[in-house]
Design a protein around this ligand. Structure first.
Ligand code: KMT
Ligand code: NI
Length: 179
């Protein structure tokens, strides 16, 4: 049904491994929602003509989109980008990603600063709120094709942690109190 997510262990082992706790502690969609993380499941086989995707884009104002294929043979500066994506950071805008093929992990911090790993597969569309600390990694399959969506002109700038003085960060932290 939903996305699978879990709390991470703290080992320094390969970032592409699952890093589950033992025993596993899973995280529900409800818990993710409280962090401002939202998810849709779509049919990625028809992404080019999908009315459901169209409706989400219209409702949410996702006017911009492009497609990124993350694989060593297709992405320029692959090694460096993989490293940068895994540095803990935030953005001033929402990060919206739709997995068209392959799979990957998005890690987000919970309200107590613990890492949650979100396993994204084909058909998963996720939104991470502006101001949340997060990172991204391929898994052991080493391949993902994803649509990047954005409200208006895209701004890819990432601010690595610590970025606590940004208004958007303070706004995000304040939003957790009420939820
Ligand atoms: C980001 O901001 O970390 C990314 O764009 C990750 C790659 S997109 C699947
Ligand atoms: Ni990001």
């Amino acid at each position: 049904m939903g996305l699978e997510a879990w709390y991470m262990d703290s080992s320094d082992d390969d970032q592409r491994k699952p890093h589950r706790l033992n025993p596993n502690v899973s995280v529900s969609l409800d818990e993710l929602r409280k962090l401002g993380v939202f998810h849709w499941k779509l049919n990625a086989d028809v992404y080019e003509t999908d009315p459901e995707l169209e409706q989400i884009r219209k409702e949410q104002g996702y006017s911009y989109m492009d497609i990124i294929t993350i694989h060593k043979d297709t992405l320029p500066n692959y090694e460096e980008k993989v490293k940068v994506f895994y540095e803990e950071h935030l953005h001033l805008d929402d990060e919206i990603r739709y997995i068209l093929d392959g799979q990957a992990y998005f890690d987000v911090r919970d309200e107590k600063d613990r890492w949650i790993r979100i396993a994204m597969e084909k058909g998963d569309l996720i939104t991470l709120p502006a101001g949340i600390y997060h990172r991204f990694t391929l898994d052991e399959t080493n391949y993902v094709k994803a649509m990047r969506l954005f409200v208006g002109e895209p701004v890819w700038k990432a601010y690595n942690r610590p970025a606590d003085d940004f208004h958007i960060r303070q706004k995000y932290v304040a939003s957790l109190q009420g939820s």
